[in-house]
Design a protein around this ligand. Sequence first.
Ligand SMILES: Nc1ncnc2c1ncn2[C@@H]1O[C@H](COP(=O)(O)OP(=O)(O)OP(=O)(O)O)[C@@H](O)[C@H]1O
Length: 254
Amino acid sequence: MNAAQLTAPAPDPLLYLDGVSVVFDGFKALNALSLIIDPGELRAIIGPNGAGKTTMMDVITGKTRPTEGVVRFRDHDLTKLDEASIANLGIGRKFQKPTMFDKLTVFENLELALKAPRGPLACLRWVLGGGDRARIEQTLEEVGLASRAHDLAGVLSHGQRQWLEIGMLLMQDPELLLVDEPVAGMTDQETEHTAALLVRIAGRRSVVVVEHDLEFVRALGSKVTVLCEGSMLSEGSIDHVQNDPRVIEVYLGR
Ligand SMILES: Nc1ncnc2c1ncn2[C@@H]1O[C@H](COP(=O)(O)OP(=O)(O)OP(=O)(O)O)[C@@H](O)[C@H]1O
């Protein structure tokens, strides 16, 4: 490492949470949570049930307003924006249950996802251009569904449906993708494919993954944040957090 690299400033964070609390009827679902996600970073979030993982995602996407704290995406104050405005800034969220049109093909679902932000009128007049077709084909490759492009979404396996939904989110070109328990119910092979997929798509965008499956988290090879009782309990490599006595006590040791 040379002197210039040693003194190089850290990149401006893409997502910045500081002192974020959410109180539901006197109960602190988030308790002074701080979290920084860099551009292009892949981050895994783990923690026991009720730790506040979903509430954290809800705060980032504007579904839940924090009681206090700072939530910034680039230079935007997310606490002042509604869900639609936050999505338009480039934050995509994948929920556990995929939402797609079963009677359309994989390609058509991606095509529709590409049109979605253009509004209904634009959709009616919309003709698939060469550039758009190339983007759909690139996304099919990225999520590993190129060979299924012309199959109906309804006949896909559970894992393939999850990948199609990730592909549909990619069509909106998000800068930050939030992914909620992507491998629940997947076979081991599908789980491996999903880890490789998320590693592949991070870099060009940031990806935050909430997951309980620690073998999958290990396969991501990313920094891991452990939440507990609404706060950050530990952060570091999977080996670091798995050997942290506090994490073993509240999460892993049970
Ligand atoms: N709308 C709400 N009203 C009241 N309490 C809530 C609400 N949403 C969440 N909570 C509580 O806040 C705490 C954090 O919940 P959250 O769903 O964020 O945890 P989690 O880490 O995602 O858990 P899991 O792994 O089980 O999904 C829980 O105790 C939950 O019961």
